[in-house]
Design a protein around this ligand. Structure first.
Ligand SMILES: [Zn+2]
Length: 521
């Protein structure tokens, strides 16, 4: 749902090959992702050409600007508000253009490397304040599964300045709400409060970014909470167990195969040393602040500098390079029989490109394909399996494309009446084969695009969704333009592209399929 574009953040090595042309005596500003210090100034020699040679300590270049000497730009030059502000032209087609046009994002950096996105929206006196860390379960050290999610819990414990639960109480006192979540590629914390409480939220978040008190007592108590959470959400839920097993089988090398919540036997061994080491990921140089709502960028900048700006940047973090998937040439199936199951499930997964790794247009085509297959009751699987053949109670398709590495595509079906899982599976296969062979109609494509883009625009009505789109995109290497240009990229997808991705990626010989069955007596 949340788009990023391939090569949004070019690897620094690519830029090393480029000579930067600038006037003699200019200064090239390079902002380096996750590094400390985050900003490097490179003077350009008398020839007016600078060949960047600072390899070894650098991973990626996030911002490059050329400032003319001898008047270097003042610190406010880092305010890149214009970058996002004009890219929302597509919103003029929304049903309430006046309100929608009020959504404008500004983007700037703090000196300690923290990225900030502000999306002013004055329709209600509410502000969504989110801090996204560029770390998730796929960044965990081997054998330490679950530490990313465990650490999300620890962030609600006491610091040197605030007792455990103080943030929750402060949010409740101003009538706000708060929560947090961990995913494969990021971890985020957010509060929804009145504008007057934003500074207080910032000071709480800035405090727990570095000042947590991680004692054995705190760790041991919270580990029990996390074990119980795994027991309830996964081990006691056959559908979640099947999902965990299928995903683990799907990925052969990528750490996405490890469940976000972690394996129970590894959760049980997580200790204080693991937590302290993992805390290194929580520096401002690895964080993105997203503020959406009834507040102006200049006000956010002043408050952010006063709070987050005082936090020293954390240690240099290594590049997020993970093992990649080999070519998959086998079809894998697994079966889970469980006494608690009353309705069986058929569930099939494929490894596909993500928005970040796909060839131009492919991720958008996969996104649309998921909706053509199972986006509502006009979709193909619904019409064929539920309405026409009457063999399924429901069918579902999903493209997970907002990933740092590859994405995944999945289809699920629930049989109805006397129908067997095999009937549902055969009907799903037939529908995919039909698209791969005959393609889709232009009417089907246009209607799907319109429905999808409309749902994206409606999401803009919800501050949480808007902030979430920016946060997830920036935390996986994308930028604001990726979010804002996404509807146009969806509009450009052709019927041939949808047919091509179905034929290329949804091949059953490359799939992993799970069957959830009731236990036979
Ligand atoms: Zn949890």
């Amino acid at each position: 749902m949340i788009p990023t574009q391939k090569n949004a953040a070019p690897p620094f090595a690519d830029l090393l090959k480029t000579d930067i042309r600038a006037g003699p005596g200019s200064i090239v500003k390079a902002r380096l992702d996750r590094r400390c210090p985050p900003i490097h100034l490179l003077p350009v020699g008398a020839t007016g050409t600078q060949h960047l040679q600072i390899e070894g300590q650098l991973t990626s270049l996030r911002t490059l600007s050329i400032a003319r000497s001898p008047q270097p730009k003042p610190p406010s030059a880092w305010l890149r508000g214009a970058l996002f502000a004009t890219a929302l032209a597509f919103l003029t087609t929304a049903p309430t253009p006046a309100a929608a046009n009020d959504i404008k994002a500004a983007n700037f950096l703090l000196d300690n490397g923290m990225e900030v996105v502000v999306i002013p929206d004055h329709r209600a006196p509410i502000v969504t304040h989110m801090v996204w860390y560029k770390v998730g379960s796929a960044d965990e050290p081997p054998g330490k599964s679950g530490i990313a999610h465990f650490f999300e819990h620890l962030m609600f414990k006491g610091t040197a300045n605030h007792g455990a639960g103080e943030l929750d109480r402060a949010v409740a006192e101003v009538g706000g709400s708060l929560n947090a979540f961990t995913s494969y590629d990021y971890t985020a914390f957010y509060e929804r409060v009145a504008p007057s409480a934003v500074e207080q939220m910032m000071s709480f978040e800035a405090d727990r970014m570095r000042n947590l008190t991680l004692t054995d007592d705190v760790i041991n108590t919270e580990r029990d909470v996390v074990r119980e959470e795994r027991r309830l959400r996964v081990d006691n839920n056959p559908e979640a167990l099947l999902d965990e097993e299928v995903v683990t089988t799907l990925w052969q090398s990528q750490p996405y195969r490890i469940p976000v919540i972690g394996w129970m036997h590894e959760i049980e061994k997580l200790d204080r040393n693991d937590a302290v080491a993992f805390y290194d990921n929580y520096g401002p140089n690895n964080a993105v602040l997203v503020v959406a709502g009834d507040i102006e960028p200049e006000a956010v900048k002043a408050l952010a500098e006063k709070t987050y700006g005082k936090v020293p940047c954390g240690p240099d973090l290594p590049p997020r390079e993970r093992p990649s998937e080999p070519v998959q040439n086998t079809r894998r199936t697994l079966t889970l029989s469980d006494g608690r199951v009353s309705v069986p499930i058929f569930s099939r997964y494929w490894v596909v490109p993500s928005y970040r790794t796909a060839e131009p247009g492919e991720a958008e085509a996969l996104d649309l394909l998921a909706r053509i297959l199972a986006g509502g009751n006009r979709s193909r699987l619904y019409q064929e399996l539920v309405v026409k053949q009457g063999i399924a109670a429901a069918a579902d398709a999903d493209f997970e494309g907002t990933m740092l590495d590859a994405g995944k595509f999945s289809i699920r079906g629930w049989p109805r009446g006397d129908a067997e899982l095999a009937d549902v599976e055969a009907a799903v296969d037939a529908e995919i084969a039909r698209i791969a062979r005959n393609g889709i109609t232009s009417d089907e494509l246009e209607k799907t695009k319109n429905r999808y883009i409309r749902s994206f625009l409606f999401a803009h009505d919800e501050q949480d969704s808007v902030a979430g789109m920016y946060g997830a995109t920036l935390a996986t290497g994308g930028n604001g333009k990726d979010v804002e240009e996404w509807p146009d990229r969806i509009r450009k997808v052709t019927a041939d592209q949808v047919k091509a991705v179905a034929a290329r990626y949804l091949v059953s010989d490359h799939s992993t399929t799970g069957y959830l069955l009731p236990k036979e007596n």
